[in-house]
Design a protein around this ligand. Structure first.
Ligand code: NCD
Ligand code: ZN
Length: 348
């Protein structure tokens, strides 16, 4: 019976990077996030991005109204930076706890980033102000110059943009989102700073770019930053196994309809919400690092953001779980990460 299965109890985790979209998609994907996570940073890259408090409040209340499983689920909102972002708006939003941070997307660097920042200099006044009010900056860390090789855009971003930025604003709290390279891992480890952290996704821990082309092309594994060489995957797996407090959970679950993934120009994004936490626990187990699992999922994030640690507890059981084959939404559907595959862990 149940008691024969290995169990792990941990403080209920938070997802520090998730896309849940709007309307019908939101309603369908939110329960997965609520089930595994107590809080989640809801990414602001909607078709009409969340660029002010009014939009954030309206989006947040729609999310709260859509909660089904956990009435105490807390969506944490982020302001999408543009060069027009007003300092007054940021200050009000941050002090009133409408926003817990702001997000930097370089123009066209990913899904719905066509109103992102063109030149980082355009927002120096904003970054200076954020440093002053201690508002965290979340970064999609990829160069947007199409002449730079797609596999190098993250490491070039560190050299060309992030390092100069951190010299200029040394006390600006920065989260490098969904890191994918050994360069990002070393950059965070070597700086070892209370002002610099990174989130890591389950898919970048479990896969490398070979998986994207195994026996043919796998559009469902296309995401940004793109999956990298296995040496990078190994560096990410080592990073979480060392218990470094500057790495924490950010699933980057990013649902897109199948018809938009499997297309002549397919969208970037992997919908992993049904299995993200179960993937992470499998990786920590494979790495013999389960002792750091709870810190990564439930403590390093809130500590970095200066937020309280959750009180709720969840139990994971070593019992097979089959990932659903698809999630139907009206006439459309979304294929989840590891669709139809069996994972070794489930939630009680
Ligand atoms: C994300 C999305 O679809 O919104 N896509 C992705 O490939 N990760 C955006 C992002 O986080 O880059
Ligand atoms: Zn994302």
């Amino acid at each position: 019976m149940m008691s024969n299965f290995k169990k792990i109890k941990i403080i209920k985790p938070d997802d520090w990077h998730v896309h849940i979209r709007e309307n019908k998609i939101l309603k369908k994907v939110l329960p997965y996030t609520e089930m595994f996570y107590q809080r989640a940073i809801i990414m602001p890259n909607l078709k009409e991005p969340i660029i002010d408090c009014k939009k954030a409040l309206s989006y947040r209340s729609k999310i709260i109204q859509s909660c089904k499983l956990n009435k105490k689920f807390q969506p944490l909102m982020i302001c999408y930076l543009t060069k027009e972002t007003s300092l007054k708006e940021l200050k009000y939003g941050f002090l009133k706890k409408i926003f817990i941070g702001s997000k930097l997307y370089l123009n066209n660097s990913t899904t719905n980033a066509n109103t992102g920042i063109n030149k980082i200099n355009d927002i120096f006044h904003i970054l200076e102000f954020m440093q002053k009010i201690k508002m965290p900056l979340l970064i999609h860390g990829e160069e947007n110059n199409p002449n730079i090789d797609i596999y190098d855009r993250e490491s070039k971003f560190i050299d060309n943009i992030l390092e100069p930025l951190r010299k200029k604003f040394p006390e600006l709290k920065i989260i490098l989102e969904h890191i994918t390279t050994k360069e990002s891992v070393s950059y965070i480890e070597e700086n070892n700073s209370p002002y610099l952290a990174g989130t890591i996704t389950p898919h970048h821990l479990m896969l490398n770019r070979n998986n994207m082309f195994f026996g043919g092309i796998h559009p469902n594994l296309y995401c940004l930053p793109i999956l990298k060489r296995n040496t990078h995957q190994i560096a990410l797996r080592k990073a979480i196994s060392n218990g470094n407090k500057n790495f924490f959970l950010g699933s980057d679950s990013a649902p897109h309809f199948y018809k938009n993934k499997i297309n002549s120009i397919g969208c970037a994004g992997i919908f992993n919400a049904p299995s993200s936490l179960l993937c992470y626990v499998s990786v920590f187990e494979e790495m013999n690092a389960l002792k750091y699992f709870e810190d990564f999922c439930s403590k390093n994030g809130p500590n970095f953001y200066n937020l309280p640690i959750n009180k709720e507890i969840i139990t994971l059981v070593k019992k097979p779980f089959k990932v659903p084959s698809k999630i139907t939404i009206g006439k459309n559907f979304i294929i989840p990460f590891l669709s139809n595959k069996v994972l070794q862990w489930s939630i009680l």
